[in-house]
Design a protein around this ligand. Structure first.
Ligand SMILES: Cc1ncc(COP(=O)(O)O)c(C=O)c1O
Length: 397
């Protein structure tokens, strides 16, 4: 049975029955192909990919085939039994990235929870009680669970939900002396993003990252890099940390590897691969064979040619944006871009873009672009034309 709902029906029903945790844009998305989405008689160019998720865009044939074939075989096994799709993804992901073991879960926050637990257990096993503190950066974002919201270095998230998880401290990105001083005998790990996404598409200085890497290695402190938003080709490299020439001890991914199905992963280097043992961590849905089948298709697609195309599209967009007078600066790498405006309000501009058939995100007071990595030149041009129109109009203040 197909139930036809118009936009107002959908909005009123959702507003009545969903907890109001999201301020929805005035759009319903029901179908899509690539970076072109439709719903309730409207067409949208997608510059957001469901907040950096649909790396291969909507309706990618290879991904769909993989997911549908897996669904026809079996949709879920639990982690009590082996499954060939799950095993193959674990192997391909480790071989591709150089890590030796992986834990699959369902989201970025869960991937970070796994990394936090692993770091603390490694430290407990090696040094005993008391070496449990985790350093994270001011302005970071690591998720919405109680531990990851605490790891998130933004004061305004640290309200309402007391008591928060103990054992996190925050340092200013780029200040290596502050970092050194924070690395006392109670610290087991540091967690950071290479480009702070929710924090406003703010890159972390590469020299700082190299110093952090060196200090962590010297002090047996785990370096956890959160690539939930930057990973799996988003910045034009498989991992954004490759730009800095470093390798973390643990890396977390989610969003783009799932391409729309819930999928997160914490990858560990050899030394840390066996820290979490049977009974110390788990998840019912994590590593679901359907999500894993889709992730295999993503992995196979994101090859070096694909990564180069991400860089080229990013450069093209940056150039086009620099020609818009209202654009003050553009930050980010590849197809993760933050747009600082001279006079206009980013949230207002994003809403007007939506009303004019362009879905674009915000991050702090910037506009943010996270389009599907497969977005075509025509879709980019169409979306940028809308953006230019909105940014040059008198309406948005
Ligand atoms: C860097 C980073 N880490 C973690 C998360 C949380 O991911 P999820 O919403 O899948 O739990 C996000 C989400 O935006 C993120 O950008």
């Amino acid at each position: 049975m197909v139930i036809k709902m118009n936009f107002d029906d959908i909005k009123n029903t959702a507003d009545k029955y969903l907890m109001p945790t999201y301020a929805h844009f005035p759009a319903a998305v029901e179908k899509g192909k690539g970076a072109t989405l439709t719903g309730c008689g409207k067409k949208y160019i997608d510059f957001g990919s469901g907040i950096g998720v649909m790396s291969l865009g909507a309706g990618n044939e290879k991904w769909l085939d993989a997911v549908i074939n897996q669904l026809k075989n079996i949709q879920h096994t639990s982690n009590l039994y082996y499954n060939s799709t799950v095993a193959r993804l674990a192997q391909k992901l480790c071989e591709r990235t150089g890590f030796s073991q992986v834990f699959f879960c369902n989201s970025g926050a869960e991937a970070n929870e796994c990394a936090i637990k692993l770091a603390r257990k490694y430290s407990f096993d090696s040094y005993g009680e008391g070496r449990h503190n985790i350093i994270s950066l001011v302005n970071s974002f690591h998720g919405r669970t109680l531990a990851t919201i605490t790891a998130t270095g933004q004061e305004h998230y640290h309200k309402y939900f007391n008591p928060f998880v103990q054992g996190f401290k925050y340092v200013q990105a780029g200040d290596i002396e502050e970092f050194k001083a924070a690395c006392d005998s109670t610290v087991c790990a540091v967690m950071l993003e290479v480009i702070q996404g929710e924090g406003g598409v703010v890159p972390t200085d590469f020299e700082y990252l190299r110093e952090v890497r060196r200090i962590c290695a010297e002090n047996d402190i785990l370096l956890i890099i959160d690539e939930v938003q930057t990973g799996v080709g988003r910045t034009g490299r498989f991992f954004a940390y490759e730009y800095a020439g470093i390798v973390p001890d643990l890396v977390t991914i989610a969003k783009g590897i799932g391409n729309g199905l819930p999928m997160g992963a914490c990858l560990a280097s050899e030394k840390y691969g066996n820290v979490l043992t049977a009974g110390t961590h788990g998840t019912t849905f994590g590593g679901n064979p359907v999500a894993c089948a889709g992730a295999l298709a993503v992995l196979e697609t994101v090859d070096s040619g694909f990564l180069n195309s991400v860089i080229e599209k990013g450069e093209y967009i940056k150039k086009k944006l620099s020609e818009i007078d209202e654009v003050k600066s553009v930050s980010g790498l590849g197809l993760m871009l933050g747009i600082e405006l001279k006079t206009k309000n980013a949230a207002e501009a994003a809403k007007l873009c939506c009303e004019n058939s362009l879905l674009i995100l915000t991050a702090k007071d910037k506009l943010r672009m996270l389009p599907p990595l497969v977005i075509s030149k025509e879709e980019i041009d169409e979306g940028l034309a809308v953006l230019k129109k909105i940014l040059t109009s008198e309406v948005v203040k």
